[in-house]
Design a protein around this ligand. Sequence first.
Ligand code: CA
Length: 221
Amino acid sequence: MRILILEDDKAIGASIAEALELAGFIADRETDGEIGWYRGETEGYDAIVLDLGLPTLDGLTLLKRWRKAGVTTPVLILTARGSWEERVEGIDAGADDYLPKPFQIEELIARIRALVRRAAGQATALLIAGDLTLDTRQMRIAVAGRPVALTPQEYRLVAYLMHHQGRVVDQEELVEHLYHQDFDRDSNSIEVLIGRVRKKLGPQAIETRRGFGYVIGADAP
Ligand code: CA
């Protein structure tokens, strides 16, 4: 799950990024409105944290442009405390959630988790596919009730496929959602990663659809 943070206050942006990474997300940061707009329009993010006061292009205009261009990525806006007008305007412009500054980082993370989940059609924080369970709050994965220790990258892979369970996900999409933008996209790292996860979760956990991609929970009701 990859999140874009658009925040021109570098200290706030860095603390959000750090907390998101600790919560199992990949976090990319931008401080400029126009550049952020471009990245949000051209890259596959699972959610976006958007500060409204940004240089070169303000957050509200930017959000309206994304929505007009058909970008449906969930957006959480950071607003000024007490400014209900700003929140109403933001939601009307296409924001999915908001948080007034200053905020508790734990609340921001919980809201991002919920946005990502809902966008993927998952209603609760505990995801289940066959005998595989993923607790998104604890970042814990279990097979038939037995906890399995995964590296952060292995966790991100399983989390992405569990969020999109039943759907075949190709390599390109996995790379886009599991790695930072500067990652070398020519490598065969997804195959290697899949192999490592199968060793830990069992060979049946992730199904390969040759020529198409990978799927978890294809036969789930
Ligand atoms: Ca700002």
